[in-house]
Write a protein of this length. Structure first.
Length: 261
């Protein structure tokens, strides 16, 4: 019996060890990161006699040897090898002026591009370490520049999420124009490229501080967007949203509206 108990404890310990290892791997656990200088990184451009093929993005260095046909000498992205050219990932500028790590002044879509590329390299290539310079100091600690870049990317992600939420709430209408019939707006379950289980009715959507409007499809039944179904709300969907306006001459609940003239 004692021998059986010892075997059971060994089995349980092995299972716990496997579980702990899996958790660490799931969290991206890796040994202490190697620190490289810019001069050392330049030696990793994949040329004969050089020790390997690396590139850096936001100061994080990746081994891109398995993508040699793209990043090695003669490859379409060979200019990215052996350096941190983060700005080029956002701008597409592969001139010497663009192959730099300065990300100041980039627009939210460009910051999202950097985030997307960083996810791509993290998922497909092995991390090597950190590049000492703009984004990491000589001890491997994040610099102010990195914290600012990451904060800007986080804001861009929030803006994207909010835009997607608004697109789900108020999908764009379908529209067409002809000299004979004028402009026709209509809603469907796929209008605006947003798949959903409701079609909605056309309305003008105004943005605060702007005189312009655009046609969106609005739910006409159920509780308002983002609010639980309860007796506190009328069964009118988002029709009572203060930023919406009905098209003149169109039935309030029609799925299409034709404007002549």
């Amino acid at each position: 019996a004692p021998r059986c108990r010892r075997a059971m404890w060994r089995g349980a310990a092995a299972a716990l060890l496997c579980l702990a290892t899996a958790c660490l791997l799931h969290r991206g656990f890796e040994p202490r990161a190697r620190l490289l200088s810019a001069a050392e990184l330049r030696r990793y451009r994949g040329a004969p006699g050089e020790p390997g093929l690396y590139l850096a993005l936001l100061g994080r260095v990746f081994d891109v040897e398995r993508g040699r046909k793209h990043y090695g000498p003669g490859g379409a992205y060979s200019a990215l090898a052996g350096r941190d050219a983060t700005r080029a990932f956002a701008s597409g500028d592969f001139t010497p002026a663009g192959l730099v790590d300065d990300v100041s002044g980039l627009l939210p879509p460009q910051l999202l591009s950097i985030h997307s590329w960083l996810s791509f390299y993290s998922d497909n290539y092995d991390p090597v370490g950190k590049l000492v310079g703009r984004f990491y100091d000589e001890n491997g600690a994040p610099t102010k520049a990195l914290r600012e870049a990451e904060a800007a990317i986080e804001e861009a992600l929030k803006f994207q999420a909010e835009s997607e939420r608004k697109q789900q709430q108020f999908p764009p209408c379908n529209s067409e124009w002809s000299s004979a019939k004028g402009t026709r707006f209509w809603c469907s379950k796929q209008s605006g490229g947003v798949n959903r289980d409701w079609a909605g009715v056309p309305r003008k959507l105004y943005h605060p501080g702007s005189k312009g409007s655009r046609c969106v499809c609005v739910r006409s039944t159920g509780p308002p967007w983002g609010q639980p179904d309860s007796s506190q709300h009328s069964d009118r969907g988002d029709l009572d949203n203060p930023h919406l306006e009905q098209y003149d001459g169109c039935h309030p609940l029609a799925e299409q509206c034709v404007l002549t003239g």
